[in-house]
Design a protein around this ligand. Structure first.
Ligand SMILES: [Zn+2]
Length: 311
């Protein structure tokens, strides 16, 4: 995840690099570090000697956050501290930033007799392993890992048993996608091909499907994507017709005539290739901008999950 030179400077080089994350034991505390969209998510497993120590820890963290600009959030879970850190723009500043935020917390934990173990139940009596669950990393005991696994399984069964109503869902997807298409036409009118509007089309289509169809299942995601692709075709055609209409209006053309005869107009003006070229670029930009939302929606719709031990 990080260059070896940087890794070795973070928390005395105690965290091991597993390509997708760092994790290890630092001064007796289990720590994981994930990277996500210009942020680091650092989790420290903590077990207070006394339950009241958690409240004191929380107020220490709020104060700490006020002093550290790069510390975006600092919250506690049942037996963990979860820190969100803004990744510094210069890579060489990463160790100082992370150490500057994490070291004082570790010092606090040590001086207030916290120990470290499972990030769910806090136990340090059992074997603790690091697990990757849906892409994030956690130190857990066997019991808690099994509990999380069965709740993910139950959740998957529940999601898969929910069925949507296809026709109502597709109507919802159509209505939702209109929002993105209007945006597409407006942005095009300003002179840009709008991949962002394509992504809005995808997201609104899926939202619309979920609202009217009752639930966004696998066929809902596929249906929404197909509707998005069709709607973008029309959005692009309307955008071009608008341009052509601006030029032909003075010769007595109506917008409807321009729209219907667009194919002929494009041929006469030698613009067929540019028309389909722009449509292709529009599709590519849309896919680039919306791929993540579509893939996430697809995973959610199937309730799929992954849990594996980090070795
Ligand atoms: Zn546990």
């Amino acid at each position: 995840m990080l260059k070896e030179k940087l890794r070795s400077q973070i928390l005395g080089g105690s965290l091991q690099d597993f390509k997708t994350h760092l994790s290890g034991l630092y001064k007796g505390f289990y720590i994981t570090m994930d990277a996500a969209q210009a942020q680091y998510i650092i989790k420290i497993s903590v077990n207070p000697a006394d339950a009241a120590d958690m409240a004191a820890l929380n107020s220490f963290l709020s104060n700490h956050q006020l002093n550290e600009k790069k510390l975006l959030t600092a919250v506690t879970g049942s037996h963990s501290i979860i820190l969100t850190i803004k990744v510094p723009s210069l890579a060489k500043n990463i160790p100082n930033t992370v150490n500057g935020i994490v070291e004082p917390i570790i010092d606090y934990l040590i001086s207030h007799t916290f120990s470290s173990g499972c990030s769910e139940c806090g136990t340090d009596m059992e074997q603790i392993n690091c697990y990757e669950i849906n892409g994030s990393h956690y130190f857990l005991c066997d019991g808690c890992k099994n509990k999380i696994q069965s709740s993910l399984q139950a959740n998957q069964q529940e999601i898969q048993s929910k069925k949507s109503s296809l026709v109502a869902g597709l109507v919802g997807a159509f209505l939702g996608s209109l929002i993105g298409c209007i945006l597409w036409v407006l942005i095009y009118h300003l002179g840009y091909i709008a991949g962002v509007a394509g992504a809005v089309t995808a997201i609104c289509a899926m939202k619309g499907y979920a609202i009217l169809g009752g639930h966004l299942d696998k066929k809902g995601v596929i249906g929404s994507v197909i509707i998005m692709l069709i709607m973008i075709f029309f959005a692009n055609k309307i955008s071009w017709s608008w341009d052509a209409y601006s030029a032909l209006e003075e010769y007595g053309w109506t917008f409807t005539e321009v729209y219907q005869d667009l194919g002929y107009i494009l041929e006469e003006t030698d613009l067929v290739a540019s028309y389909y070229g722009e449509l292709a670029i529009g599709y590519i930009l849309t896919i680039v901008c919306s791929a993540r939302s579509i893939i996430n929606a697809f995973h959610e719709s199937t309730g799929s999950y992954s849990i594996k031990k980090v070795n």
